[in-house]
Design a binder for this molecule. Sequence first.
Ligand code: BTN
Length: 263
Amino acid sequence: MNRDAITSRLTGKFGRILECHAELGSTNDRARELLETLGEKASGAVVITSRQTEGRGRHGRAWLAESGKSLALSVALWPQLGTKGITCLPLAGALGVRKALMDEGVECRLKWPNDVMANGRKIAGILLESRFSGDLPQGLVLGVGVNLGQGPGDFPPEILNTATSVTMESGLCVEFEAFAASVINALEPFVTEALLAPGSLVDSAAGFWIHERGSPLRVTTARGIIEGRFISIGEGGELLVETGGGLEKISAGDVAMLRYGGQ
Ligand code: BTN
């Protein structure tokens, strides 16, 4: 990986501290270490690899990142403004990745809470990890995983029918460094907006969701399964679902989209 080919393309403050690793356990873990060592000075630091041996996704699931075929990138953040907007950071991540992918000609939409989808299949995922001291965030890590060069044979059977990559969608091989820089540049304004004006970030994402208003959903949450119709995304990034018992505001879960008229 050519670090200079990334830094020479950076346009903002993200990536002024930039670590590029040929292989890493998890970029989120390394970004967390930077926060622990440097504190606030680590804000905007970026850690990148294309091969993660212990990458993780939401709900503790494994996230595969194979050398040369994946981008695994984490941004260390130290918000100055308390907790405002933090729940919208994963959406900011998804919007940034979506923009970088759209710039490569890959048409993408968002699936709640923060999956980036191409042709109905997942092409990228976002994992926000935070640590608090009382109510105050002690640094956050926004992790982004993007499938770049995988072919169908590269995905394990359990995600073979639900995952895709840039190469599968466009037939193209993206240049790793240029794409990494494009993601870093795209993330910064969305992250800033999430922290300063989360409501406006949610509004700007309104046209990008895969869910249509009124479409039936099944959401698996820690409280159990909730079924209802999609209404909208709330100001804090929550999923608003109309159920038989009223409006449910769901802040974490996995969505399955059901067909109209039953399953
Ligand atoms: C998901 O479950 O959809 C989220 C996947 C997030 C994966 C990324 S890859 C970079 C960063 N490091 C990790 O260990 N996970 C995130």
